[in-house]
Design a binder for this molecule. Sequence first.
Ligand code: ZN
Ligand code: ZN
Length: 273
Amino acid sequence: MDLFSCLSPFVFCSFASGSSGNCYYVGKQDEGVLVDVGISGQSVVKALAKIEIPMDRIRAILVTHDHIDHVKGLEVLTKNHSVPIFAHSDCLLGIAEGKATKNVDAKLFHEIEPLQPFEICGITIEAFPVMHDGRGAVGYHFSFEGHTLTIATDIGMLDKVVKEQIRRADNIVIESNYDVEMLEKGSYPYMLKQRIAGPFGHLSNRESARFVAEIYRPEIKNIMLCHLSENNNTPECALSCLYEQFRMKHVRPDVNTSIFSLPRHKSTGFVYL
Ligand SMILES: [Zn+2]
Ligand SMILES: [Zn+2]
């Protein structure tokens, strides 16, 4: 069997991840969807061109919530390319009222019902509610020809629903936002620290790592740590925290499981799911 016939037909690509902007591609190698447009419309088109996907092959934009680092480029991108926007109704309201997004054409809006699967270009998609202080915050589970992916970003706490949605995926994008010590000792104002660490803020390296180590099974193909804080984390710190949890739980990850963090500004290229 040659290399290409082993590669999965289902791919993921991160263009940006973190509080300065988030944007992912999920789909086949010739058509699919975007998850969040937290970078400029122009950057999205450029990043897509690098993986040889023209904008007219994007069938939908799925939005996780209305925070600016997830919707910043939505207006410009959809002005030039009219792509349906899928999000929770509260998030759509947030987009319609948002300073940077109020001119997005509401005719593109499609309300999603959490935990009700729907299909776009053959990919089954299910949104699930997450605890976060953005409006209508959700994560997404995808499945295509037996390949599965869960994206769980911007989460204050791993509740039962989120855990279940991550557990059912062979590919995981999970938030690993901050190192507890770096946040505590850092220069952020007290209120902001409280917000980040609170149940509607973000997931710490430890919370994320503990859970991943707990549910790990060798069938998991990719563990991708996302939305790392620029000031309160480093990729080395997030990854070493995860390996420490593996060690503590006597888990030895399989050689076929790729474990990495998503870069803030660089494209990952295709990750085969
Ligand atoms: Zn965010
Ligand atoms: Zn957020």
